[in-house]
Ligand binder design. Structure first.
Ligand code: AMP
Length: 364
């Protein structure tokens, strides 16, 4: 397919802050954005049109898709039936295979392992008996995670000793799950890779990510990886994207176990979408993750991912956002607010990226 010309309409499933930043990037390239969402959200303020509908209303999704030129999404839990309904009208990018692999932790782990990538030891868990077998096989400490719909550390329970098993199953509501061995790591990183419809790929520099209460707190570049290890991490992400015939921006979260570890990079999970750990690209790169995602899904060439500044992105969670006026006055800081009116605890209200002159990469 040839490139979509400016003036075409990009359909985005989901109306949150990622949809908002995608819509802004799309507008810069002369596209219109039509959002489909089940609730009014931050993306509604910046799009040309929006449709309110349930994600499991395949007929409504198909009718919406018929009105746009290409369909993409800003969250990975788009029902597969909705993706199929949209695909019956227009190309869906990234394709449904990426959604399918990312929606189920068991399928995801098996897929990553099939590509020869290092993952935490894992074992499927459906009930008390299979959890006991899993603990026998993997040992403790371990983490019980629901197969579906977990995010920001939700749907997870730590198992320090086998005696925690019953409580952990209860904590995740006895949902189908996997038990994962606890990975000993130095820090967490993520690869942000864009892949075009011609299969060309480009990765951003790899940030160091920190979390508080299971929610991303900061992403900083340069990160901790040597050039050689960064190349290996980027190659792993490209292998995932190639295997899925992926089009768009993919985020691959990894544990970094230190340069002397037997397996320095262990893949945790991937998100088939733009990602919070790539928000610094808005201010520290000529072309950000959002624009490269839009370029990819529109069939345009992927633009250079080079970074012109060092950066630390800090999420503004809940009441953090109340400091907006002070933050707005801070030299060298780029403030992004998502237009959400209620600063509930744990809610991502905005982020701020602090830029510094480019340093040389840390050798490791
Ligand atoms: P997830 O929802 O899989 O991204 O997990 C949320 C957070 O829990 C990760 O960012 C890690 O900090 C931690 N975590 C998840 N899985 C493991 C694991 N297998 N070993 C150690 N820490 C983990």
């Amino acid at each position: 397919m040839s490139a979509l010309p400016p003036g075409s309409t990009i359909g985005i499933l989901g109306g949150g802050q990622l949809g908002r930043m995608l819509a802004i990037a799309a507008a810069r390239l002369g596209f219109n954005v039509h959002i489909y969402s089940d609730t009014s959200g931050p993306a509604f303020d910046v799009c040309v049109a929006h449709t309110l509908g349930a994600y499991d209303d395949s007929e409504a999704v198909a009718a919406w898709a018929a009105k746009v030129d290409v369909v993409t999404y800003e969250f990975e839990n788009v029902p597969l039936a909705a993706a199929a309904a949209a695909a019956s009208k227009k190309p869906v990018r990234p394709n449904a295979r990426a959604l399918e692999a990312a929606q189920d932790r068991l399928a995801e782990k098996r897929f990553l392992e099939s590509l020869g990538l290092a993952v935490a030891p894992f074992y499927p868990v459906d009930d008390t008996a299979s959890l006991a077998s899993a603990i026998d096989a993997i040992g403790t400490p371990a983490i019980l995670k629901t197969r579906r719909l977990g995010y920001d550390g939700k749907g997870q329970a730590r198992i320090a000793t086998p005696a925690d098993a019953g409580r952990a199953l209860e904590a995740i509501g006895n949902a189908p799950a996997i038990l994962e061995g606890h990975v000993r790591f130095d820090c967490e990183i993520s690869v942000l890779l864009a892949r075009g419809i011609d299969g060309a790929t480009a990765s951003y520099d790899i940030p160091l990510n920190t979390h508080v209460d299971g929610i991303l707190a900061t992403s900083a570049v340069p990160g901790p990886l040597s050039e050689a290890l960064a190349a290996r991490a980027q190659e792993a992400a490209a292998r995932i994207a190639d295997a899925l015939d992926y089009v768009g921006l993919i985020a691959v979260e990894m544990f970094y176990a230190g340069k002397n570890a037997e397996r320095p990079l262990v893949v945790n999970e991937f998100a088939p979408r733009v990602h919070n750990s790539g928000h610094w690209t808005l201010d520290a790169c000529a072309v950000c993750q959002f624009e490269n995602h839009i370029r990819a899904v529109a069939g345009w060439p992927i633009a250079a991912t080079a970074r012109h500044s060092d950066a630390v992105m800090t999420n503004l969670i809940g009441s953090d956002v109340n400091d907006w006026l002070t933050l707005a006055g801070e030299p060298g800081a780029c403030l992004h607010l998502y237009g959400k009116n209620e600063a509930r605890p744990g809610r991502k209200m905005g982020h701020i990226t602090r830029l510094q002159a480019l340093s040389s990469k840390i050798a490791g």
